[in-house]
Design a protein around this ligand. Structure first.
Ligand code: WTA
Length: 653
């Protein structure tokens, strides 16, 4: 073990740049660096060329209309996303190719060809139609990682009914708020899902949620785990019964390029989650292009994005991008350490996966478990690796390179967001020399920059705000029912044509981008975005709590861990039992991913004279750092008290 760690240190200390091998480069779809100059010179022509990766029912008239901050792509074009993902491949004789190798956590397997997916999507689309779903109606989807999840999304896309997928790890109230904001008519869920040997009670959560969802007319439940479930006559149906008698033909709805494809909710800095709106034409062109060229997709690849479809990574790079490219993918339902810590590697070996795309948090967990787990399996089929979701520390990068890629596979560190829809900063694996920890350069046609407070570009080595200065096809178009928030959050800091990503970044002397994490009150826990506000609201929702302030503390494994400072109401005692109760309360309200790592009870919170909680100081306390400036505090003495309390933390994981 010590010898192995020394090997990692050696790789790191070399300050090495990792060039693509001659073999990889010669076989890569893109291996000529002039693509960057070509795209920069005429981005519109570049995207017009890429638009040929999509089949249009009616070809577009104009590439882009940029009326900052409002954008439209491929104006006048008509297409259907499900047609692009399925029908055209079947029509071209590619129906027998595997779309997904699925594996359930308990071990069942299903192999679904493009034809299989196509037929079931048509049946479900007809089933949804029979329930009254039509173009423009919103459908909520709350499922685990089962084949019915991409099938449900595509059935909605086929009908032109925007889907709103809610991550299966969210709790009832998070589901309820998302359904209500979207005013979804139908909910598609499952009786349960498997996770680490346990059943996640999806239907039970859904029941609790929809008690307060007046828009829901029908609930369609996939039978997955079995057992008895109370069904409401007229409202509830089993998925399997709904599709059983349906014809396997269903014409795809012709959609305008700018018609809504889906809404996906993500955490913002304040208030309720934001409904990120993606439309059809630009999104399909953006995800198909980036997926093909960043993952260098060849016909014989077996591609595995190990994210959950409930997040944008799954939408763009498990469903729409890969299927548009007629790629073969892997879907796995459960936890990476169930029944043992080599589960992913056993699947890579069994399916001969060639490409693996996962999050730095997962890689840090693999590191902690040790190389003996990947070593048990033949990973020689792998030829390319990727990461997404948070900055990857160079040590984790090098570990991934050495033990998973066995020093042969390029690693694409891809930066993007729910809002951007597609990857924007990334290596191109046949071109880019890699530096561990850097997402390298903007994708061709993308113009990124780093600004200081006043909108001036900062020089190499200095940190600043990451901005994007030109629209890209898959970018979000607005926040659902809240266009003002779209303008305010993303386009008001500098000027309406400059998109503020909310991430800090710096550039090195070679022009490589290094992402530095969020600059707002959004935390990044294990690659999941959670706002401090959401957790605070959940805490004060508990009757014992008077006030709460939440900060993120850096954590070697999950990136950031949630620390909550809590003031209890008079007469309440902050002890271990209450700490546990509050942690569970947050898990119940939002989901386990938001459960605070530590709760610190305090008599008061440090506040400015205008009553604003000084999170900066709390962050210093949480990190054990020397405290910053306290002169603006109304109640300076409280900081010392909090610091003393912090040393007797309660309720840690
Ligand atoms: C972070 C996930 C560093 C970033 C696709 C961003 C990253 C947020 C990277 C978006 C990366 C994502 N390096 N940070 N390669 N990829 N991030 O919306 O803070 O869930 O703003 O989209 O994740 O998270 P979201």
């Amino acid at each position: 073990m010590a010898k192995k760690e020394a090997a990692i240190d050696a790789l790191l200390s070399e300050n090495r740049v990792f060039e693509p091998s001659r073999d990889f480069r010669s076989r890569a779809l893109w291996n000529d660096p002039s693509i960057y100059e070509r795209a920069a010179k005429d981005p519109e022509a570049f995207w017009a060329e890429q638009a040929a990766s999509v089949s249009w029912l009616r070809k577009w008239d104009r590439v882009v209309e940029w009326n900052p901050p409002w954008v439209k792509w491929f104006l006048g074009g008509k297409l259907n996303a499900a047609y692009n993902c399925l029908d055209r491949h079947v029509e071209d004789g590619g129906g027998d190719k595997v779309a997904y190798y699925w594996e359930g956590e308990p071990g069942e397997e299903r192999v679904l060809t493009y034809r299989d997916v196509y037929l079931e999507v048509c049946r479900l689309a007809n089933g949804l139609k029979s329930l009254g779903v039509k173009k423009g109606d919103r459908v909520a989807i709350y499922l685990g990682m089962v084949p019915e999840l991409p099938i449900a999304m595509l059935a909605c896309a086929r009908l032109g009914a925007p889907h709103s997928v809610v991550f299966g790890g969210f709790a009832a109230s998070a589901l309820r708020d998302r359904i209500n904001d979207a005013e979804a008519k139908v909910l598609i869920t499952a009786d349960g899902g498997y996770r680490r040997g346990q059943v996640v009670p999806l239907k039970q959560n859904a029941e609790e949620a929809i008690r307060e969802c007046p828009s829901i007319r029908h609930v369609v439940t996939v039978r997955r785990t079995g057992g008895d479930h109370p069904f409401t006559a007229g409202r509830d149906l089993w998925y399997q019964d709904l599709i059983a008698e349906q014809p396997a033909e269903c014409p795809p709805e012709p959609m305008d390029a700018e018609d809504l494809l889906y809404i996906l909710y993500t955490s913002g800095t304040t208030g309720k989650p934001k409904g990120i709106v993606h439309t059809t034409g630009g999104y399909m062109v953006g995800v198909a292009t980036t997926h093909r060229f960043i993952f260098d997709i060849h016909d014989d690849d077996v591609y595995w994005c190990a994210a959950d479809i409930g997040w944008v990574t799954g939408h763009s790079y498990i469903v729409y991008g890969p299927l548009a490219n007629h790629a073969t993918g892997i879907l796995y339902e459960g936890a990476p350490d169930w029944p043992d810590k080599d589960r992913l590697w056993s699947i890579v070996e069994k399916r001969k996966a060639t490409i693996l795309y996962t999050a730095p948090t997962a890689i840090r967990a693999f590191m902690r478990w040790g190389p003996e787990y990947p070593d048990k399996h033949d990973l020689s089929s792998l030829r390319l690796l990727g990461t997404v979701g948070e900055p990857i520390n160079p040590e984790a990068w090098v570990w991934y390179w050495k033990y998973i890629g066995t020093e042969r596979c390029p690693i694409v560190d891809t930066w993007w967001q729910t809002e951007t829809g597609m990857i924007l900063i990334t290596p191109l694996p046949g071109i880019t020399a890699l530096k561990p920890g850097s997402a390298t350069r903007p994708f061709p046609g993308i113009e990124a920059d780093i600004y200081d407070e006043h909108g001036h570009t900062v020089g190499p080595g200095s940190g600043g705000y990451l901005v994007l200065k030109r629209p890209w096809p898959a970018m979000f178009r607005t926040i659902y029912k809240d266009p003002e928030r779209y303008v305010q959050t993303y386009f008001s800091k500098y000027s309406p044509d400059v998109y503020l990503a909310g991430d800090g970044a710096k550039r090195d002397d070679d022009g490589y981008f290094w992402l530095l994490g969020r600059i707002d009150d959004v935390m990044n826990v294990a690659g999941h975005r959670i706002s401090t506000y959401e957790v605070e609201s959940a805490l004060v929702d508990n009757p014992r709590v008077a006030e709460a302030a939440v900060v993120a503390k850096s954590d070697p494994e999950v990136g950031q861990a949630i620390v909550a400072f809590v003031t209890l109401k008079a007469g309440q005692v902050g002890d271990q039992t209450v700490a546990t109760e509050l942690r569970e309360h947050v898990a119940k309200v939002i989901g386990k991913i938001a459960r605070p790592h530590a709760i610190i009870f305090t008599d008061d919170l440090p506040k400015t004279r205008s009553g604003k909680i000084m999170r900066r100081l709390l962050r210093d306390v949480a990190e054990g750092r020397q405290l910053g400036d306290v002169t603006t505090l109304a109640n300076a003495e409280i900081v010392e008290q909090i610091r003393d309390m912090a040393s007797v933390r309660t309720g840690e994981d």
